[in-house]
Ligand binder design. Structure first.
Ligand code: GLU
Length: 288
């Protein structure tokens, strides 16, 4: 029997907090209980926000929690060629296009339309149809050096994926090990960004390419990423990649009911450690 492969995939754009500890420890416990492997992946594609010191902190925090992971660690910034070749395959299927609208353009366009839908993360769907600009005009603007984002033509991508694989779904495994099929709804995301002029990948693309390249069989992550699995399934089908099993665990909330995050200044594991909190206490604080 092949061993299950789990991964914890933090971004080194801030210190780890209790929410990360929870996710990492759940992955570690599931790997141990199943005789599986635990991988650590550093999701550092955003060079403007990622810092070596945060990456060093990740290793320190996880080791302190008693976790052990396989080496070498995959750092996404070292594998841009893999994402470029996945992009090229999607491009060959005519599924991606460069878009030039800024966040401000999108905000203004959406403000003029009442009831314009948002994606599951609350951001407005991309409001400019691909057909509104010719492929030749898009190519001219790219060649002229304008900044752009490469977007997935989701309607076309979803239609092609369904034609290839039938209705899109994934297997969600709950804490008791019970599995259910969840129907994917990629159109709820609209034309998501898969890369930018300066960076040949964005989260959705890198995560499916890496999970497949690393042979991940069990994706265990926070419930805030559950809806994104719809996008991941489309990409997996189009790129011919296997579908892992998914578990989206409940998030830790702070006293105000907000999910812990770097942006609200949730207390870091390093500062808890400095205050004398023990790994066992972290487990308890992390709801485990
Ligand atoms: N890098 C992502 C994050 O820190 C997690 C990606 C994933 O688990 O799919 O939120």
């Amino acid at each position: 029997m092949t061993r299950p492969v789990f991964r914890f995939a933090p971004s080194p754009n801030g210190p780890l907090h209790l929410g990360h500890a929870r996710s990492a420890l759940i992955n570690g416990a599931l790997a141990r209980a199943s005789g599986g492997r635990l991988l650590l992946r550093i999701e550092d594609i955003d060079a403007t926000r990622c810092r070596p010191a945060f990456e060093a902190g990740i290793y320190e925090d996880l080791a302190w929690l008693g976790l052990d992971w396989e080496r070498p660690v995959r750092r996404q910034s070292q594998h841009f060629a893999d994402y470029r070749s996945a992009l090229a395959r999607l491009e060959a299927l005519d599924l991606i296009y460069p878009s030039f609208e800024t966040r401000g353009d999108i905000r203004r366009a959406v403000a003029e339309r009442s009831g314009w839908p948002s994606d599951p993360d609350g951001a407005p769907l991309f409001p400019f149809p691909r057909a509104a600009m010719s492929a030749a005009e898009r190519a001219r603007r790219v060649a002229a050096g304008e900044p752009y984002a490469l977007r997935l033509d989701m309607a076309r991508a979803q239609a092609l994926a369904v034609a290839r694989a039938g209705p899109l779904a994934w297997r969600e495994v709950d804490a008791a090990g019970e599995g259910t099929n969840i129907a994917a709804d990629p159109l709820a995301w609209g034309d998501v960004i898969l890369a930018r002029k300066e960076v040949p990948t964005a989260y959705h693309l890198a995560v499916v390419v890496d999970d497949a390249l690393q042979g991940v069989t069990h994706v265990v992550r926070g419930a805030d990423l559950k809806a994104a699995t719809s996008v991941h399934r489309v990409l997996q089908v189009l790129l011919g990649l296997p579908a892992p099993l998914y578990t989206h665990h409940a998030l830790l909330l702070d006293a105000e009911g907000r999910k812990l995050s770097k942006s609200i200044g949730s207390q870091s594991l390093a500062s808890l450690r400095a205050e004398g909190v023990t790994p066992d206490e972290v487990r308890r604080l992390a709801g485990l």
